[in-house]
Write a protein that binds this ligand. Structure first.
Ligand code: DOR
Length: 439
C-alpha cells in the first residue's frame, strides 16, 4: 500500500517532461508511471500543476545562534517551505561562528527541533581550525567547508594565501568560497567611503572578484582540491570558470539575474546592498549566458536577512545582504515564462546540479528510491510578490512589487506536505541531508 500518489501532474526532470503519477512510501519514491489509486492511503490530484524535484538552496544565512532578531532556523525554514524549497545548506557566519564540531552539533540539534524542511550546515574555515577541517567536514549533516576569501558579514575570513592553501590541503570535499580579494577591498574602501551605496559595486569591483577567483583556482589546482565558487557575479570570472571545470563548480544568485546597477541602487538604496554586489547589465548578460550555455552548476539565493533598521544605517556601515529563499521559485519561474531559461534547466540548476556539486545522497532526482522531495508549481498564476507574503523575520523582500508568473503551490519533504496553497502544514520535522562523503 502506497502512502501517497501524486496524480495527473506534469513531471519535470533535467532530461524530460512527461505526464506521470508518482507513488511514495516511507518518504521515498517507489513508482513512477500511470498508477492505479485504489492502493494508496492518500491521493493528491496535481492536474494543471508541474511536479519538480524538490528545490535545493545551497546558500542561506538563517542567523541562529546569535542574530535571531533577523531570522532563525524556524522562521528561515518556514520561508523555504512557503517558497517551494525542500532542502537548504546554511552558512557558518552566525554568532558564534560555526567553526567547530560543538557548533555544528548545536545547529543540527536545533534544526532537528525547529526546521520545516531538510538541512545541512557548512563549517567555516579559520586560521585556527584549518588543520581540523578534514575531520569536521566528515561530520554527518555537514555540507562541507565554507571559506571567506574576502570579508563580508561576520568575522570569518581567510585572506592569507598560505592559510588558504592549508585549508585546501585539509580534507577532500569541495570547498565553497566567497571569492573577493580582501587586500583590494581594503585598499579601495577609503576611495568610496564618502560616496553613497551607488558606489558599492565600484568599491567591490569586478577586479576584486576576478583576482580572488584566479588566485584560489591556482591554489586549488596545486592542492588537487575541488572548489565551489559561491555567488559568481562578474563577466570576468566566467571564462576563468569555463577553463576550470576539472576543479571548480559555481553558483549564480537569482538577484544578480534579475536586478542591475545603477537602477537597483536608485530604487532600493542600501536594501540592494549585498556581497558580491549587484552589477551593471554587462555582468548580468554574462551570468545569463552561463545559465543558458549549461556552464553554471546551480542557483543559490544567498538568503541574508537584515532588519530595515539595520539597513537604514548610512552606507558603508549598512550591512550587506537581502532575503531570498522564499522568492527563488516565483522569480525564476517568471524568467522561464519570459523564455530566459527552460523549465528543465531551472530544474537542473535547483536539484541535480546542487546534488552533484555537493555529493548529496538520495536527493535531487525524481527517480526510484530517492527521497520524495517535491516542489509543485502552477505556471499560470500571475501574482505580485509583497512584503506581507514574505515570512522572514526581517519583514521585507527586495522583490516587493515583482509581478511573478508561476508560483509554488505545494512543498513535499520526504513524502509529507509541509506547504499547500500558501499554508504551512504539519510540524517542523526537517532532517539532516546525507552526503556520500559523510556516510
Ligand atoms: O551580502 C552578503 N550578506 N554576503 C555575504 O557574503 C554574507 C551575507 C550575510 O551574512 O549577511
Amino acid at each position: 500500500v502506497y502512502d501517497l500518489i501524486v496524480k495527473n501532474g506534469t513531471v519535470v526532470t533535467p532530461e524530460w517532461t512527461q505526464s506521470l503519477d508518482i507513488a511514495i512510501e516511507h518518504g521515498r519514491i517507489v513508482e513512477l508511471g500511470s498508477l492505479k489509486t485504489q492502493n494508496a492511503k492518500e491521493v493528491f490530484d496535481a492536474k494543471g500543476l508541474h511536479v519538480l524535484p524538490g528545490v535545493i538552496d545551497p546558500q542561506v544565512h538563517f542567523r541562529e545562534p546569535g542574530l535571531t532578531h533577523k531570522e532563525d532556523l524556524g522562521s528561515g525554514s518556514r520561508c523555504a517551505a512557503l517558497g517551494g524549497v525542500t532542502t537548504y545548506f546554511e552558512m557558518p557566519n552566525t554568532q558564534p561562528a560555526t567553526d567547530s564540531q560543538e557548533q555544528l552539533e548545536w545547529k543540527l540539534q536545533r534544526a532537528r527541533e525547529t526546521s520545516w524542511v531538510d538541512f545541512a550546515f557548512f563549517v567555516g574555515a579559520t586560521p585556527a581550525n584549518a588543520s581540523q577541517l578534514g575531520a569536521l567536514e566528515k561530520f554527518p549533516g555537514c555540507a562541507g567547508v565554507k571559506m571567506f576569501l574576502g570579508s563580508s558579514t561576520g568575522t570569518l575570513l581567510v585572506d592569507s594565501p598560505s592559510v588558504q592553501a592549508e585549508v585546501l590541503r585539509s580534507g577532500r570535499r569541495r570547498v565553497a568560497c566567497h571569492s573577493e580579494d580582501e587586500a583590494r577591498l581594503k585598499s579601495r574602501k577609503p576611495l568610496f567611503e564618502k560616496k553613497g551605496v551607488g558606489s558599492h559595486a565600484e568599491w567591490r569591483d569586478e577586479e576584486c572578484a576576478v583576482l580572488s577567483t584566479r588566485n584560489i583556482l591556482k591554489l586549488a589546482r596545486e592542492a588537487k582540491r575541488p572548489l565551489h565558487i559561491l555567488h559568481v557575479t562578474t563577466a570576468g570570472e566566467i571564462p576563468l570558470l569555463a577553463q576550470a571545470r576539472e576543479v571548480a563548480t559555481f553558483e549564480i544568485p537569482p538577484q544578480h539575474l534579475t536586478f542591475s546597477a545603477p537602477e537597483i541602487y536608485e530604487r532600493l538604496g542600501t536594501r540592494a546592498q549585498m556581497n558580491p554586489p549587484i552589477r551593471t547589465k554587462i555582468h548580468q548578460d554574462a551570468l545569463w549566458s552561463a545559465i543558458q550555455s549549461g556552464l553554471a552548476d546551480c542557483l543559490g539565493s544567498d538568503h541574508a536577512p537584515h532588519t530595515l533598521e539595520e539597513k537604514a544605517k548610512p552606507w558603508p556601515t549598512s550591512p550587506s545582504g537581502m532575503p531570498g529563499v522564499q522568492t527563488t521559485v516565483p522569480v525564476m519561474l517568471t524568467h522561464v515564462f519570459h523564455q530566459k531559461l527552460s523549465l528543465q534547466r531551472f530544474v537542473e540548476l535547483t536539484s541535480a546540479g546542487p546534488a552533484r556539486v555537493f555529493g548529496l545522497k538520495n536527493k535531487g532526482h525524481l527517480a526510484l528510491g530517492y527521497d520524495a522531495d517535491l516542489t509543485l508549481v502552477d505556471l499560470n498564476v500571475h501574482r505580485t510578490i509583497t512584503n506581507e507574503w514574505s515570512a522572514s523575520r526581517c519583514g521585507w523582500t527586495p522583490f516587493e512589487g515583482f509581478r511573478a508568473v508561476g508560483w509554488p503551490k505545494a512543498t513535499l519533504v520526504r513524502g509529507t506536505f509541509v506547504m499547500k496553497e500558501g499554508s504551512l502544514l504539519g510540524s517542523a520535522s526537517g532532517r539532516a541531508a546525507e552526503f556520500a562523503a559523510t556516510v
